[in-house]
Each structure stands twice: as structure tokens, then as C-alpha cells.
Ligand binder design. Structure first.
Ligand code: UD1
Length: 340
């Protein structure tokens, strides 16, 4: 059973490929390596001991994408990760984001329609909710006007899949991720930020290892118990497993609607200070940090209502925050060994 994973050498993609192979699926990765490394392929093989197919090209190239789907028309399902994801960059280069994130999806859906490949799992984000009025946030909460072009591409992509499902017989599962962190337990794959990280977890581990002088905590005057912003952090392996379940739901034809939406989080919110405390507790390493002003565009607090995903997918996260921060640290130390 062949599954296409776009962006399969990326952070969430690579962890999902491992889980797919562990469940016996044949995987074909398409990635242009614009934000990832070819070595990830060997690292995946080290973990699973299995072979996969790899094609390197840019999915915004219509002819290449067409040719690809013609060649591999035995694909049974697509998991589409390949996208740009830096919120701040998207504000400065909106067209880069709209072009990349939307054209690739359009080309993929066209290729799927032309070759009778009906199933797509799409990487969406809790960013579509903005600052929700009600917490925890449920899937039927209103989608709010996106603050960044990155967020807009996620919303528009969801609309494109909804519209296409009506006209082209495509089924979609839209997975709205909260904040994935951590790395594979083997510490052979993990997050590989290029340049200075934007996200909290890699910033913490890079500070602890000495690559950055201190973590900047963006604001401690939020209306939260300790004043720092709250997110729903989940382990990337738990997240990866949800993708396998979503694919199987499509293949087994147990979907209840042509397009389904699931929140993927733990259901628990943790503040930036709580993540720092967890890191220090789980690793025994003290972290340098300084409180700064709020980061523009950040929301105050969000965490998931996971009841629908728990019930319908039979999926629940397993890893605790301490396991997440410990695994991120193990990975950062592995990276440091490789640098030496
Ligand atoms: C953001 C996006 C999300 C996107 C993700 C991917 C929004 C609302 N969210 O998540 O959709 O998928 O990026 O890149 O657009 N923090 C610090 N210091 C740091 C870094 C972060 O204090 O150096 C804080 C932030 O202020 C925030 C929390 O840590 O409160 C998490 O930040 P981050 O990891 O960047 O994720 P989001 O902003 O939640």
C-alpha cells in the first residue's frame, strides 16, 4: 500500500514516515529539500530498516507534479506536509507563501483527481482559530481572519480541499496541529531549524547547548496564571501516529463526511515558564532566559478540546511535557556530537 508523503524529510514529515513504515506502508517522499537535508533519508532508514522511494522536485511545478502522479498512479493516499511555515517571514514575503503553499496543493489535488487517488491528509494548524473566545477550542469554533499570510494559506488550503471534495470526489482529513515539540526516542531524527529558530523548543535547547546566549521570553504580562503565554505542546511522535490513523480511516472508508477536521493536541495548556521549568526538571540543565516585550502577532492562550479526535480517531497523546522536553534535549545533544 503506497502512501505519498510530501515534505517527508521535514520535521513532522520524517517522524510520520517512520510511523507509516512501522505499520507496513510503502512510502514515497516528494521533497525539494528547500528546508531539510537529504541525510534525513538515511536516518529514517536507520530507524526502520526499510527502503523508501524519494523524488526531489518542487510541487509548485505543474508539469513535474503531473508527470509524477502519472508515474505513480498506484498511490493510495497522500499526506501533504510540504509548505513554508515561518510566520514572520510570511509577513515580509507574502507572495512567496501564497505561491508555494497554495500552488503545491492545487497541483497535488489536480494530480490526485486525474489519477483517481481519492485520499488526502492535510497539515493544518490551530492558527486558524486565532485567539479563540472559548477554551479549550473545539473544531467547530469559528475560523478567524488570519493574522499572517502563513495562517491565511492554511485557511485557504482548507477551503480548497473542501471545495475540491465536492467536485472531484476527493476525501480530506484536515489535521489542526497545536504545538509539536520533541524528537524521535532514538534521537536519530528531530527538528532541524535553519538559522535562528522562531519556535520555543529549539530555542530552549540551542540556548542550553550554548549556541544562543539566552532565551527571550516574549511577554510576562498576559492574562494567564504566571503572565506568560499558553500553548498546547504535543510530542511529534504522538502527532505522527495520528497521521497513520487518519490514513487508515480513509482507506478503511470509516469517514463520516467527505472532509473531516480534527484538533491534534494534548488538551492541556502550558505556559512558556512551565515549559522552561519542565526542561530544567527533565534535563537537570539550568536555562538562561530574559523577559522581553510581547512578540507581535502572538496570541495569549490556546489549547485543544481533543474529545472529537479521541473518540473518532481513537487517538490520544501519550507523552508528558517532561518527556517532550527531555527528548528535545537528547536530540540537541546528538546534533552537537555531529557538529564536533
Ligand atoms: C506559531 C504559529 C503556528 C505555526 C508555528 C510554526 C501562530 C498564532 N502560531 O506558533 O501556527 O504552526 O508558529 O512555526 O501564528 N516563545 C518565546 N521565546 C521564543 C520563542 C517562542 O517566549 O524564543 C513563546 C511564544 O511567544 C509563544 C510560545 O513560546 O508564547 C510558543 O511559540 P512558538 O513555538 O513560536 O509557536 P507559536 O507562536 O504558538
Amino acid at each position: 500500500m503506497k502512501i505519498l508523503v510530501t515534505g517527508g524529510t521535514g520535521y513532522i514529515g520524517s517522524h510520520t514516515v517512520v510511523e507509516l513504515q512501522n505499520r507496513g506502508y510503502d512510502v514515497i517522499i516528494v521533497d525539494d529539500l528547500s528546508n531539510s537535508s537529504i541525510e534525513v533519508l538515511d536516518n529514517i532508514a536507520k530507524i526502520t530498516g526499510k527502503k523508501l522511494l524519494f523524488e526531489q522536485f518542487d510541487l509548485t511545478d505543474q508539469d513535474k507534479t503531473k508527470g509524477f502522479f502519472r508515474k505513480y498512479n498506484d498511490i493510495k493516499g497522500v499526506i501533504h506536509f510540504a509548505a513554508f511555515k515561518a510566520v514572520g517571514e510570511s509577513v515580509n514575503f507574502p507572495l512567496k507563501y501564497y505561491r508555494n503553499n497554495l500552488l503545491s496543493l492545487i497541483n497535488i489535488l489536480q494530480g490526485m483527481g486525474d489519477n483517481a487517488i481519492p485520499n488526502i491528509v492535510f497539515s493544518s494548524s490551530c492558527t486558524v482559530y486565532g485567539q479563540p473566545a472559548v477554551l479549550p477550542v473545539r473544531e467547530d469554533a469559528p475560523v478567524q481572519k488570519a493574522w499572517s499570510p502563513y495562517g491565511a494559506t492554511k485557511q485557504i488550503s482548507e477551503d480548497i480541499i473542501n471545495d475540491t471534495s465536492r467536485s472531484a470526489g476527493i476525501k480530506g482529513i484536515l489535521l489542526r496541529y497545536f504545538n509539536p515539540i520533541g524528537a524521535h526516542e532514538s534521537a536519530i531524527i528531530g527538528e532541524l531549524p535553519i538559522g535562528e529558530p522562531n519556535c520555543l523548543m529549539p530555542y530552549i535547547t540551542q540556548t542550553a547547548i550554548g549556541k544562543r546566549p539566552f532565551l527571550r521570553v516574549w511577554g510576562n504580562d498576559y492574562n494567564t496564571p504566571d503572565g506568560t503565554a499558553i500553548r498546547d505542546y504535543l510530542h511529534v511522535t504522538d502527532l505522527a501516529k495520528a497521521h497513520v490513523i487518519a490514513v487508515e480511516r480513509m482507506l478503511n472508508e470509516t469517514m463520516k463526511q467527505n472532509v473531516e477536521v480534527f484538533n491534534l493536541g494534548t488538551g492541556n495548556g502550558f505556559s512558556v515558564m512551565q515549559v522552561i521549568e519542565s526542561f530544567e526538571r527533565s534535563t537537570g540543565v539550568k536555562l538562561n532566559y530574559q523577559i522581553m516585550d510581547r512578540r507581535p502577532g502572538d496570541i495569549e492562550q490556546v489549547w485543544a478540546d481533543t474529545a472529537f479526535a479521541n473518540k473518532e480517531l481513537g487517538w490520544k497523546t501519550e507523552k508528558s511535557l517532561d518527556e517532550m522536553t527531555a527528548s528535545a534535549w537528547k536530540w540537541e545533544k546528538e546534533l552537537a556530537k555531529k557538529r564536533k
